[in-house]
Design a protein around this ligand. Sequence first.
Ligand SMILES: Cc1cc2nc3c(=O)[nH]c(=O)nc-3n(C[C@H](O)[C@H](O)[C@H](O)COP(=O)(O)OP(=O)(O)OC[C@H]3O[C@@H](n4cnc5c(N)ncnc54)[C@H](O)[C@@H]3O)c2cc1C
Length: 381
Amino acid sequence: MTVDVVVIGGGIVGCACAYYLSAAGLKVQLLEKGAIGSGASKAGMCHIVTWEEPPIHVKLEMASKKLYAKLTDELPVDMEYRPTGSLALIQNESSYIAMRDLVIRLGQSGHRCEMIQGREMRQLEPLLAEHVFGGALFHDDVQVNPLLATQAFALGARRMGGLISPFQAATGIILNAQGTRIEKVRTEKEDIPTKYVVNAAGAWAGDIGKMNDLVIPIIPRKGHLAVTEPLAKGILCHQTLFSAGYLDAVSGGDELAIACNIQQTQHGNLLLGSSRQFAGFDTTVEPHVLSKMLKLCAHYFPFLKTVKILRTWAGLRPYTPDLLPIISPVPWIEGYMIAAGHEGLGITEGPITGKLITQLILGEAPAFPIEQLAFTRFMPD
Ligand SMILES: Cc1cc2nc3c(=O)[nH]c(=O)nc-3n(C[C@H](O)[C@H](O)[C@H](O)COP(=O)(O)OP(=O)(O)OC[C@H]3O[C@@H](n4cnc5c(N)ncnc54)[C@H](O)[C@@H]3O)c2cc1C
């Protein structure tokens, strides 16, 4: 069957693209080599971030947050959307100053955020360790369950006529004889004639690029996570907590980087993260990484030492060298779009990415300027 758009990748980004493209009246087929959400999107935490810089990220984050608030009513699956806010845990004075500068900048553009002194921190979170220097509250952050959000987009797309094809990998992208235009996407089962392809294959976007000699500089950045037994609601007063060192872990180099991220889900389980390392496509859980991560979480909340861990896993964040996603056409191949490379912000930025790709395909002006996200930024001058 001929379609308008083939989306490759059934993570949050691909499913959001399929949803908004279908809502715009286009005939869409989404190909996913495994189950829907089986890549990074089932491995992520729940945090919809609204403050992580640079400014283009903040734009994407805020736009997505607004979309999520509407999507909870629009989509056919409850994605456990909750306006939780988040609390940063600051360890020392220099981190406090850096965070205060961020809070001032964000406050000037209308964000609801504030700094918290050390003593007040224990009033806000009674189980917090004594050594925490201070904190910052980000009132606009929310939580969603990443796997449910991904499935919600897929089901929403299907209800609007989209074809959702799990366990069907793209094996080739066929261009016209001149190599300038998309003609078909090949799978083991069929060739699918289409005008547009959206490469939304997350950490695998580079492999999809190779099918047409495109060098897409996205590599996997492994992240571990642990899930605890369900705990009483209210054991933590804030459902999303993270050490301010998280930002250093994101921008860190090749070394293993660990930060403290703690989120309590709607069902009471705590998600304990997070780690960052470059280890190819290996998703084995490494005891030494897990142990470092759990020790750091317990350093901030000592009661965690006695809490039972139910499950652990590792997933692959799609990393780009400048930590910005690629949301862009490939200018020399008509119909080729890339929507990948969101690293640790894909759950947050999935919805707006789906919207922007839809606007690009419809030939509409994007919701805001996105030149910084162009694929061509990685081309030699
Ligand atoms: C531990 C951890 C915690 C995280 N926490 C957060 C958080 O709190 N907030 C946040 O915003 N983000 C978070 N993230 C990041 C987030 O999970 C990712 O950025 C996001 O899931 C990326 O989505 P994606 O759709 O681009 O990629 P993926 O979900 O990986 O989807 C890509 C899909 O493409 C498929 N694919 C590959 N090759 C082919 C092919 N040939 N044919 C068909 N399909 C193919 C893969 O199977 C995969 O399912 C976290 C990540 C990790 C690992």
